[in-house]
Design a protein around this ligand. Structure first.
Ligand code: NDP
Ligand code: HSE
Length: 437
């Protein structure tokens, strides 16, 4: 077998330590797959003296990650720091030196990927990023290679483990949002800044990448409509359940006649649908291709060793293709760089879906009729409705599932309903996604 490939590991956090453990534990099988051993020669962390949950006795630890990138005994760089700074500069330097890069950094790929891939193309260097989307699920490889025959029609999925963990725990154990988030952080699922998770930014980063490799469009993070789960209340979860739905944080990239939909939003899914049953840190993605139909991908979307699985798969790929001429490698964004072309991104107002509406109303006769009359006037049907009877001195709560309607028209209905004198504060609206139509 050839000499070992020497990896420089930037970051020894949740994922970095997972990579060290899995590489060491499965060293022999990984070498048999890659054709040569893969060893970590150097690593960096802000605090090089901090105790880590892995064996670093054979690894030189640096405080300055640039020393790892530039070291002569580093052939390949794995970036597991996260964020834009200093990751962009470090990866840029590795590329300039012709060192292949593996990263799990979705924020960087989604926001600066167009530049990085152009830089890498100029240098003939690889950048692999399987772990950037859906943790351990090999979704990048599946879309980029396995589905290469298809015109991809849609990619829909649960792509943030932290959000799914929080919504699941709120639903199953009845715990509050803050407690569930703390647990997700303790389990190593959340980003360094967890607002990226709960405000939907992390999922929007991942959707940006998925849409690009599915449709052959440039990475366009700023075009993704992004909403998180912070405003989801326990009563919405309960009312949705009573109506036969689960609330999931969903990423949706859909090709339509007039352009593409790119959005991440909390969404109701009928509880007999596959995605409604995906709980905890698990992620699931359904890709609809014109030839293959719908295919599903399911597994752990976050966590040290699950993510290490994807990082190491990229490492093996990189080692195998070291001698492959750049033009014969799988293109960074699935399509040949000069064949990538932008598509119109539809504004939310033009997107059609069914809706869930929760309204808090005074307990008076005729209130329900005035709400349903507004919906009827705007040609919006009520598919299901429940009313939670008020306890003494409380307002009543009404929850409605509507027919499919364009968002602009639904906005008008909401404005008119909110203006009714008997409607109190406590108004909530969420999309409902039906997959079989
Ligand atoms: P952590 O915060 O656990 O680890 C980050 C590591 O980078 C730490 O070792 C830290 O050093 C080091 N570091 C942080 N800032 C700097 C800096 N400015 N300069 C040098 N080193 C720095 O992150 P994760 O392991 O969770 O995530 C790493 C990457 O993987 C991110 O891009 C993340 O989005 C992505 N990812 C994470 C997943 C997960 O489940 N956690 C899943 C999929 C992707 P020190 O330890 O000394 O503080
Ligand atoms: N914070 C991310 C999540 C990590 O919860 O999904 C995996 O990308």
């Amino acid at each position: 077998m050839s000499d070992p490939i020497r990896v420089g590991l930037l970051g020894l956090g949740t994922v970095g330590q997972g990579v060290v453990r899995v590489l060491q534990r499965n060293a022999e099988e990984i070498a048999r797959r890659a054709g040569r051993p893969i060893v970590i020669s150097r690593a960096s962390a802000r605090d090089p003296n901090k105790a880590r949950d892995c064996d670093l006795s054979q690894v030189a630890i640096e405080a300055d990650p640039m020393r790892v990138v530039t070291a002569d005994d580093v052939d390949l760089v794995v970036e597991l720091i996260g964020g834009e700074t200093p990751a962009f500069v470090l990866i840029g330097e590795a590329i300039r030196r012709g060192k292949p890069v593996v990263t799990a950094n979705k924020a960087l790929v989604a926001e600066r990927g167009n530049e990085l891939f152009e830089l890498a193309r100029g240098a003939g260097t690889m950048i692999a990023y399987e772990a950037a989307v859906a943790g351990g699920i090999p979704i990048i490889k599946s879309i980029r290679e396995g589905l290469a025959a298809n015109r991809v029609l849609s990619v829909v999925g649960i792509i943030n483990g932290t959000c799914n963990y929080i919504l699941t725990q709120m639903s199953l154990r009845g715990i509050d949002f803050g407690t569930a988030l703390t647990e997700a952080q303790q389990l190593g699922y959340a980003e360094a800044d967890p607002t990226f998770d709960v405000e939907g930014v992390d999922a929007a980063h991942k959707l940006t990448i998925l849409a690009s490799i599915a449709f052959g469009i440039p990475l366009a993070f700023e075009r993704v409509a992004c909403e998180g789960i912070a405003r989801i209340q326990s009563q919405d979860i309960e009312l949705a359940k009573a109506l036969g739905y689960r609330i999931k944080h969903l990423g949706v990239a859909k090709r339509g006649m007039d352009g593409v939909e790119l959005r991440v939003q909390p969404t109701l899914i009928a509880d007999d649908q596959l995605l409604a049953k995906v709980d905890g840190v698990l992620n699931a993605i359904v890709v609809h291709g014109d030839a293959v139909g719908r295919t599903g991908y399911y597994g752990r979307g976050a966590g040290g060793e699950a993510t290490a699985s994807a990082v190491i798969a990229d490492l093996v790929d990189a080692v195998r293709s070291l001698d492959t001429p750049p033009q014969h490698r799988v293109p960074y964004l699935a399509f040949q760089p000069d064949a990538i072309a932008p598509m119109e991104v539809l504004p939310l107002e033009k997107i059609e879906s069914a809706y869930y509406l929760r309204v808090c109303v005074a307990d008076e006769p005729g209130v329900l009729r005035s709400i349903t009359s507004i919906l009827a006037e705007l040609d919006i049907s009520v598919e299901a409705i429940i009313q939670k009877e008020p306890r003494a001195a409380e307002d009543a709560v009404v929850a409605i599932i509507t027919s499919v309607v364009q968002e602009a028209r639904f906005n008008e209905a909401c404005a008119r309903i909110e203006a009714l004198p008997s409607v109190r504060s406590g108004f909530s609206r969420l999309r409902v996604e039906h997959f079989d139509s």
